[in-house]
Structure formats: C-alpha cells, structure tokens
Ligand binder design. Structure first.
Ligand SMILES: *Cc1c(COP(=O)(O)O)cnc(C)c1O
Length: 377
C-alpha cells in the first residue's frame, strides 16, 4: 500500500522544537509568558493592522468576539450557514440565537443580498436588528466584504470575521481578519499554521485588546485580592504553544505560497476532465490562501463526491466532503434560515482535496492520476 496522503496535516518549519526547549529551560510552562507576547507581535506584523490577542482556540476567539460586541441572552446573531459548527456554537454559549444565511456562488461565502433580506426580516419579526454578523472566509476564500460591510454599516451592526481558514488571504489587498470590527484566526493542527491548538482575536485597537485580555483571564479586577464584577473565561494561549507559533511564523509565507501552488497543480492536472471544476479566485479583488483546494463534481459525470472520496480512500488518499451547512444540522433545526439552496447545492457537489503544504508535487500527481482513473470509468 502506498503511503497515506492526508488532507491537511501540520507542517513544522524546524525552529519550533528549539523554541519549545528554550521554554523548558526558562521554566515558563504556564499560560502566558514572553513567547505569547512575541507571537502576538509577529501576528500583528503579518496582518499589518489590528491588535492581536492570542487565545486557546479559534472557537474561544469567536466566543470572546461576541462577548466584546455585547452579545447576550436573547439577542440574534447572523451567521453564514455554510461553515464549520465552531462559527455558530459560541452564539449559543452566549444564550443568543443564530440566524443562518446562505452563500453566493462566486465565493461560496455569505450572500450580501440575502444578508440584507435577513436583517430586514428579523427587524419585522422581532422589532430589533441582529446584534452581530459572522461572515466566514470558507476554505480561505475572502467573502464579498465591501458589500457585507456596507450593509452592516447601513444598519449599524458590527461584523465579526471568521478568518479561521483564511490566514494570509487578502481581499482588495487587505488581510482577512482585519476587515471587520473583530477578526478570528485558528491555529488548530490542520489550519494554515498550528500551535497544536490555539487561536487569536484581532481587535481594532489597544483598548479593545486590553479588554479582551481581561475577559480571557477570568475578568479579574486589578486589586490585591481576587475581585470580580463580570464573568470571565480562561482562554489565553499557553507559553509552550506560543513557542510553536513563533517558529511557525518563520515559515508562514512559504506555507501559504505552497498551498496556492498546490491548487494550481490540481487545476492543471485536472483540466480537461469533463464535469470537474477546481475552485479559483472569482476576480482580482480576491486572493485566497487556498487552505484547501476544493472541486465541484457535476452530477452529469454520474459520480457523487462521496463515491469519489471512497475511491480515493481505497488508494490511501484522504479527501473530505464540504462542510454540511448549519441549517441542515439537527442541532440548529429551530434556527431561522434565509436561503436559495446555494450551500446545499455546493454541499451536494463538492470535495476537498489533500492540500497540506508539506505535500510534494509527486503526492499531488498521485491524487490527480487517481481522479483521472475514477472519471475514465
Ligand atoms: C477551525 C475553525 C474554527 C475553530 O477554530 P478552532 O481553533 O478549531 O477552535 C472556526 N471556524 C472555522 C470556519 C474553522 O474552520
């Protein structure tokens, strides 16, 4: 059996182990510490805007972002339906109610048109506007942020950008995660860079970052005794994890260009197969990191994405169906949904191909060859 080709596996640059050893030597094996400070400065340099607060997970960052926006019990929050559940779960943590909105075909991200329809209809239904909007840059592809931000501004609703999959993606030249009021990154094992587990909240200014840090460290008032006026969380990143993150920042640019190159290799290798479309930037405003290369398989091929997934698996190649939209999840079946079947259609046709930056040209060639064989039958 040939070696397994994984979907998206962590890729160390080389200095991470040394940095972790340094942390051991200094005995800073605690939440927070000098590596966390350095990691935050490096992320800020990378993003070119905003103040970064390093956290224990991307999910924690979304939750803290909602806390910072004052989302509380009974509020409604609009969330892109086509996403991973971690975009929406924190809405429930706050006792608020998610309202799901469909995607549009170009980016696969939240449809500006349906977003406005949802905002107006929620006003009609509840007498209040939703408290926040969560667009998601799915698989790294920037959402139509100009349209989204202009609608958000029109109704004075802040945007919390789920950029967990889009580290290094740019929209009109600006880094994803820095476009909304708050932005979120994830450093989970399968994301663009990893700290083993971790995330970040990108804040608009120093004051907001200070406030976010306060909530992330148990909302402890600065008094000699433990004194609490608000509910806090234990959400900060550990100094050990941050050391891995600092090492990863040395290779992040290379890893992003490799993911983009992998998408190009797939596009070249799969060109000419009738009924397969490799996702690409829909225009020059969009510059995806192509965290995962995704394809759409037309039903006219007679193959479903799951059949292709199983055929690849038989060749020891891991692929994955697209995210199943949130409005199709039993746990969110009661939530309002505004849609035109776009996410459902994409879900029924799409597949994610192995895209990790450590994959060789030969690995990609093996995947391409397998797909060519599958579609010859
Ligand atoms: C991974 C991911 C998250 C959550 O990040 P974690 O670090 O795993 O908690 C949130 N949203 C999206 C779209 C993701 O892909």
């Amino acid at each position: 059996m040939k070696e397994r080709i994984k979907l998206s596996i962590n890729h160390m640059g080389g200095s991470e182990r040394k940095r972790v050893e340094k942390v051991f030597d200094s005995n800073w094996i605690v939440p927070l510490g000098p590596e966390v400070d350095e990691f935050e400065r490096r992320l800020e340099g990378f993003l070119g805007a905003g103040k970064v607060v390093a956290l224990s997970a991307g999910t924690a960052a979304i939750h803290l972002g909602l806390v910072m926006l004052g989302v509380s019990k009974g509020d409604e929050v609009i969330c892109q339906s086509f996403t991973f559940s971690a975009s929406a779960n924190p809405i429930i943590y706050q006792g608020a109610n998610p309202v799901f909105v469909d995607s549009e075909h170009q980016t696969w991200d939240i449809s500006p048109e349906l977003l406005e329809e949802a905002i107006l209809d929620r006003m009609k239904a509840t007498g209040r506007y939703p408290k926040a909007i969560i667009p998601v840059h799915l698989y790294g592809m920037p959402a139509k942020m100009e349209e989204i931000l202009s609608i958000a501004e029109k109704y004075s609703i802040p945007v919390l950008e789920d950029s967990a999959e889009a580290m290094g993606s740019r929209y009109k030249g600006k880094m994803c995660g820095t476009l909304g009021r708050y932005g979120v990154l994830s450093f989970n094992g399968n994301k663009m860079i990893t700290t083993s587990g971790g995330g970040a909240l990108i804040c608009p200014d120093e004051e907001a970052a200070k406030r976010a840090k306060f909530y992330a460290t148990q909302a402890r008032e600065s008094l000699p005794y433990y004194y609490h006026k608000e509910i806090g969380f234990n959400y900060r990143l550990s100094n050990v994890s941050a050391a891995i993150g600092c090492g990863q920042m040395e290779v992040v640019d290379e890893h992003i260009s490799r993911r983009r190159q992998i998408r190009r290799l797939y596009a070249q290798g799969l060109s000419g197969i009738e009924g397969i479309k490799v996702m690409d930037n829909p225009g020059e405003d969009f510059d995806s990191n192509f965290w995962l290369t995704t394809i759409l398989i037309d039903p006219s091929t007679g193959k479903t994405p799951d059949e292709v997934r199983l055929a690849l698996d038989a060749e020891n190649i891991e692929s994955r169906l697209l995210w199943r939209p949130m409005h199709m999840q039993p746990v969110f079946s009661d939530a309002p949904y505004y849609g035109r079947n776009v996410a459902e259609d994409l879900f029924s046709k799409g597949l994610c191909l192995p895209s990790g930056s450590s994959l060789s040209d030969n690995d990609i060639g093996r995947v391409v060859d397998c797909i060519r064989v599958i579609f010859k039958k």
